[in-house]
Design a protein. Structure first.
Length: 167
């Protein structure tokens, strides 16, 4: 009886070790809580998580970013000394909002630029020095935005820094 108990114990420990050492698994769907639009905690913010209606939008914070719902480590090495930051400003149903003031600023350096969105709600900042964090902010007197400001680390051209109006 003691021998059978010892064998069962060894078998259970072996199965437990195998299960925790990364054997095969299949991840069908991953949703980060809080409805999928915005999740915050500690040093991160996640917007546009997988499994939600706005899956596929990029998100950034700290040393990570999400594109199409997949985690990726941010490459902190600038690929050039200057980069562009661009995006769109829309209503919830995707209708463009022209004449929105978009600002990119770095409070550490005092660098700040402003542009207005065009008729398609698009904006672009060119020649932004890389290797630093910037705040990108949208403002319009008739609209408030789900996230009025994003913090982005610029190491290369960054597209898809999009704003969506609440109304």
């Amino acid at each position: 009886m003691k021998k059978i108990t010892s064998i069962l114990l060894i078998l259970l420990v072996s199965i437990s070790v195998i299960a925790q050492t990364g054997g095969g698994f299949n991840l069908q769907q991953n949703v980060i809580g809080n409805g999928g639009w915005r999740s915050d905690g500690g040093g991160f913010t996640v917007l546009g998580t997988m499994g939600q209606s706005n899956a596929g939008s990029p998100a950034a914070g700290g040393g990570f970013h999400i594109i199409d719902g997949l985690w990726a480590i941010e490459n902190l090495t600038p690929s050039s000394t200057l980069a562009s930051v661009s995006g769109r400003v829309t209503r919830a149903k995707g209708i463009a909002i022209p004449r929105v003031l978009v600002t990119i600023s770095n409070p550490n350096t005092g660098l700040s630029f402003e542009v207005w969105t065009d008729a398609q709600g698009s904006y672009q900042f060119a020649d932004i020095p890389t290797g630093q964090n910037y705040f990108v902010t949208a403002s319009h007197r008739h609209f408030t935005f789900e996230a009025a400001s994003f913090e982005v680390f610029v190491s290369q051209d960054r597209a898809g820094v999009d704003f969506t109006a609440l109304q």
